[in-house]
Design a protein around this ligand. Structure first.
Ligand code: MN
Length: 731
């Protein structure tokens, strides 16, 4: 006996009416009755191949659609879906009697029914799926078509063998995947199971037999699990609803025949579903389930914080009962349950309440368009991860989710390496790391983590992070932990390293001091304020706590003041200015030590005019200036301060020199403020001086390297924020 054997193959209009009455939605029963009458009259004494009156097919389809919670027009469309194709009724008549919406639905179903589907190639099937969705102006057309397909499958037994197989193959390749994308699990599962039954009757039977062999034990097993969970949850969590099921035959089939496993090796043949009122309770239930039963490692999936592309949300975990029988537990809220079972169709259920007023209708049709676009975009995308990216916003798109071998989930910014993961687990794990395995295979340190990777950190007893990791890892916290370690553990080495760095940098900038003079020089400067001894300063440079390129402009200025009053002839070798994130190829104005990522909405390429958006905590995302997500007028946008100028590195190579004349109210610290502001923007300063002008004003002249006109504009605008600055002119 099939698990679907209890589903009535034919449902008549009386049953449809009963279904609609029992639902919580309001329906226009007059309109639906009128649609039924027309269908009944039009199909007349037409019969199905089985000899059953034809009208029972559209009423059955309407019942399936009603169960999905669809609206009045969709029910009418389902009742009338075959009249234009198979009877003398014209589409104009439908428009006149039922309005253009119903007519469009029927026209759509008729149109897409004419597409020749049969194909054996996956690529072709993919194209047909796209075509189907694109041709349907309204996603409700697809839902009627799916219901039509499903009902035909329920009544397929009387069809010739070849036809059954053809239709089954189409279902597997075209319609079940569409139902899956729409998230309509009920239709997807039944379509697949019924199709499988025709495509591989023996394989289907084998599984069915294995499952049914001990039906009584199975029921007992599920009942006992349910009772145990209910017992433990009822004390603390209100309204816990638990159901149990055996997995769909098609999905077991896939795992046994295609992945070569036996039914015993499939963890989720049995599944228990727990439905609660809110998200917090989901996690509470999870805790309790893990208390009662032993969780199987790597089998926990948090689809609540990481919803599937088709909007599916739930917590999944696989656990063992005391006899070591594995079963899956799915935990979700009612809303999630609704979406899981009815997917896209659930949207109509929510929207129906407001169907009466004009605004509600507008919103509904907007919703239809939005959903359709989303599905088309999904079909366009290459795989599930891409789909997820497209749907998630800028914020979340940048995360990867990585599992520890224990099954804990860690969220890291995209581009993170196993080093970042190690430091995220624990500082000690990071310091002791000697290697990493991804999904059981050793990977290099700079491996870029992907969502779903199981990352195992290999450690040794000794702590010994590598200084080079600072450049490899992505997260600021890992970088700083490595620096900290070097700061504390390697002071002597840092001092030597720091001195060497200073020497090298001084040479490049034409600062001619020997080592003995360093101390005096630095003491004069700000250094004494922050560091007790000169060695502390060297050490800081050595471990990277002080970034030399940042303070070079100030050092140079000081040097020029103290040691060489006529510095005009000092030419600075045109060494490239050190810039952060050289690897990303993008320089971000006025920001340092940030994560750079390219947005997926417009995929900027080198040479494109670009702009950056400072995300909340996930670095700067780079967009094309022309991207629709970039406000036309940034100054009028919601958060103008989040937008920053960016440049491609190779454009940076073509830096040109520009001299600015800055007029400001004279005050102490003015020159320092200008210098600091410029150095924060990584601007290379050739010369900078200040002179008094009349009316208590000062004129500062700065010759700097900029990377283009836009960059210069940006620099000027940043400088003009400085207290007292009145005018900035380009000379
Ligand atoms: Mn039909």
């Amino acid at each position: 006996m099939s698990k679907y054997s209890n589903i009535a193959h034919y449902q008549d209009f009386a049953e449809l009416k009963k279904l609609l009455e029992l639902s919580n939605n309001t329906y226009d029963m007059d309109k639906i009755t009128q649609a039924y009458r027309l269908a009944e009259e039009a199909h007349g004494d037409q019969r199905r191949v089985s000899g059953i009156p034809y009208i029972l097919h559209p009423t059955s389809v309407a019942c399936i659609v009603a169960e999905l919670g669809m609206d009045t027009d969709t029910i009418c469309g389902a009742l009338l879906h075959d009249v234009v194709e198979d009877t003398t009724v014209k589409i104009e008549e439908i428009t006149k009697k039922f309005g253009s919406d119903v007519a469009k639905l029927i026209d759509g179903v008729t149109k897409i029914s004419k597409i020749p589907y049969s194909t054996r190639e996956e690529q072709q099937a993919e194209n047909i799926r796209k075509m189907l969705i694109a041709m349907a102006d309204d996603i409700r057309v697809i839902i009627i078509k799916l219901a039509d397909r499903l009902h035909n499958m329920r009544t397929m037994d009387c069809m010739p063998e070849q036809k059954r197989r053809d239709k089954s193959l189409e279902n597997m390749q075209v319609f079940a995947p569409i139902a899956h994308r729409l998230g309509i699990k009920t239709i997807k599962d039944e379509l697949e199971d019924r199709s499988l039954q025709y495509l591989d009757p023996i394989g289907y039977k084998e599984i069915e037999d294995a499952l049914l062999l001990n039906e009584e034990d199975r029921d007992k097993f599920i009942e006992s699990i349910k009772a145990q969970i209910l017992e433990k949850t009822k004390e603390t969590i209100p309204n816990v609803y638990i159901s149990g099921r055996v997995k769909s035959i098609n999905s077991i089939y896939r795992k046994t025949f295609m992945q070569g496993r036996t039914i015993d090796q499939i963890f989720d043949v049995f599944a228990v579903r727990v439905i609660v009122d809110n998200v917090a309770d989901c996690y509470n239930v999870l805790g309790i389930v893990h208390d009662i039963f032993k969780p199987i490692p790597n089998r926990f999936k948090d689809y609540i914080s990481m919803p599937k592309p088709n909007m599916y949300q739930s917590l999944h975990t696989t656990v063992l009962d005391k006899n070591a029988i594995p079963f899956e537990v799915q935990i979700r809220t009612w809303e999630m349950h609704y979406t899981a079972e009815y997917g896209i169709a659930a949207h109509w259920k929510y929207k129906l309440g407001m169907g009466a007023d004009k605004k509600g209708e507008e919103r509904l049709s907007e919703n239809i368009q939005r959903v359709k676009k989303m599905i088309l975009d999904q079909l366009e995308a290459e795989d599930a991860t891409d789909i997820a990216k497209n749907i998630r916003n800028d914020f979340a798109e940048n995360d990867v989710y990585v599992f520890s071998p224990k099954g804990d989930v860690f969220s890291l910014p995209q581009g993170s390496t196993p080093i970042d993961m190690a430091y995220l687990i624990h500082t000690q794990v990071g310091h002791r790391m000697v290697g990493a395995k991804i999904n059981g295979k050793i990977v290099p340190f700079d491996y870029k983590l992907k969502t779903g990777d199981i990352c195992e950190i290999i450690t040794q007893k000794e702590e010994h992070p590598n200084r080079a990791w600072i450049d490899i890892c992505k997260t600021a916290s890992a970088k700083s932990k490595i620096r900290q370690w070097y700061k504390h553990e390697k002071r002597d080495e840092n001092i030597v390293e720091g001195k060497q760095l200073i020497e090298r940098e001084f040479k490049r900038h034409g600062i001619n001091l020997n080592e003995d003079e360093y101390e005096d020089f630095f003491k004069k400067m700000f250094i004494k304020k922050q560091y007790n001894t000169i060695d502390d300063f060297y050490a800081a440079v050595g471990y990277g706590g002080v970034q030399l390129w940042k303070i070079m402009p100030r050092l140079k200025e000081e040097y020029q003041k103290t040691y060489a009053s006529n510095i005009e002839e000092i030419t600075v070798p045109q060494a490239p200015v050190k810039r952060h994130k050289a690897t990303s190829g993008v320089v971000i104005e006025g920001t340092d030590d940030v994560l750079v990522k390219f947005s997926n909405c417009c995929n900027p390429l080198p040479g494109d005019d670009i702009i950056g958006y400072i995300t909340r905590g996930y670095g700067v995302s780079i967009h094309k200036r022309s991207c629709t997500n970039v406000p036309k007028d940034i100054s009028k946008s919601e958060e103008p301060e989040r937008w920053v100028n960016c440049y491609w590195e190779d454009e940076v190579g073509e830096a040109f020199r520009s001299t600015l004349q800055i007029t400001a109210t004279d005050r102490t610290g003015l020159l320092a403020d200008v210098t600091i502001r410029l150095s924060n923007m990584h601007i290379f300063i050739h010369s900078l001086n200040s002179r008094e002008a009349k009316d208590g004003k000062a004129i500062v002249t700065a010759t700097i390297d900029v990377m283009g006109r836009n960059h210069l504009r940006g620099v000027i605008s940043k400088l003009s924020d400085i207290n007292g600055i009145e005018e900035i002119k380009r000379l």
